[in-house]
Design a binder for this molecule. Structure first.
Ligand code: C2E
Ligand code: CA
Ligand code: CA
Ligand code: CA
Length: 276
């Protein structure tokens, strides 16, 4: 089923032939997007619930299109993943995130930045070398790589190998959208990950839905039992903040704290921020 999004790009299933013309033009537009510097790095902060300090930020891509305006990732990331173009986007994001980190560092505001990886990235044998190269002067421990469960389950052996190498290089690893994919606890045990991110659907539902609350609580327990840090996504209310703090969740990220913002505004936001 195809549907038109606000930006006008077509989101479609991989099997749809009718979209091939449009997909060709989207590919060339994406290529131009990088050449013409139309991609934007947005940062969204995460708070340490115990200390009420900002403990990191997630890097999220946006596309400032000359005609369509600011295009959200959901309108081009799935497509970029299907076509393999995601690798170029990932490289761009890693470079931009490293630059943002160095700029914040110069302002005395060093904090870890998390970058999203896709299945395609994990299948790339050269990924660890590439990341080490793109990270430049950023210490590996200041870069966290977010991977979804489904990206790992696509080809677990290969993913495990890549993640092991990244871990050996000193990069932090995080399992994104935890609880939504085909999670295999057996693999989780083998992985050298540092962090679990609870999917926002559970966090946003936990105030009204007891099952969601139970899932959030047991994920926090599971993470801690495995020695992992746990981050809640989709923090939208003060009540959720209190609840997560009570449950011992380590970090939270969401609109209640801040929406993702252009990376060049992040330093000023950080300096002004006070706990609610
Ligand atoms: P994600 O990795 O799960 O990123 C979190 C998404 O949740 C972001 O959407 C963020 O804006 C949104 N979010 C944060 N707090 C809240 C909240 O309190 N309420 C709600 N309703 N949403 C919240 P965004 O930026 O639109 O990104 C959507 C997805 O696109 C990301 O989900 C990720 O899967 C993908 N994506 C974004 N940037 C990149 C990228 O550079 N590379 C790759 N591979 N994927 C990316
Ligand atoms: Ca993420
Ligand atoms: Ca997520
Ligand atoms: Ca998600």
């Amino acid at each position: 089923a195809a549907k038109r999004s606000q930006s006008g790009f077509q989101i479609y299933a991989p099997s749809m032939d009718a979209a091939s013309q449009e997909s060709l033009s989207l590919i060339s537009e994406l290529r131009q997007a990088i050449e013409n510097h139309e991609l934007r790095l947005y940062l969204q902060p995460k708070v340490d619930l115990a200390t009420q300090r900002i403990g990191g930020a997630e890097a999220l891509v946006r596309w400032q299109h000359p005609v369509r305006g600011l295009v959200p990732p959901m309108d081009f990331i799935p497509f970029a993943e299907q076509t393999g173009f995601i690798r170029q986007i990932t490289s761009w994001m890693l470079r931009a995130s490293a630059e943002a980190w160095l700029s914040l560092h110069r302002q005395g505001l060093a904090l870890p930045i998390s970058v999203n990886l896709s299945t395609r990235d994990l299948m790339d044998q050269d990924l660890p070398i590439k990341i080490a190269d793109l990270a430049g002067g950023v210490p590996p421990s200041a870069l966290c790589l977010e991977i979804t469960e489904s990206a790992i389950m696509d080809d677990p052996q290969r993913a495990l190998q890549t993640l092991e190498q990244l871990h050996a290089l000193g990069f932090k690893l995080s399992i994104d959208d935890f609880g939504t994919g085909y999670s295999s606890l057996a693999y989780l045990k083998q992985l050298s990950v540092d962090e679990l991110k609870i999917d926002r659907s559970f966090v946003m539902g936990m105030e009204k839905d007891l099952d969601d609350a139970k899932i959030v609580r047991s994920t926090i327990e599971l993470a801690h039992n495995l020695g992992l840090r746990v981050v809640a996504e989709g923090l939208e209310t003060g009540k959720a903040w209190t609840l997560l703090e009570m449950l011992g969740c380590d970090q939270a990220q969401g609109y209640f704290l801040a929406r993702p913002m252009p990376s060049d505004q992040f330093g000023a936001w950080l300096r002004d921020w006070e706990p609610p």
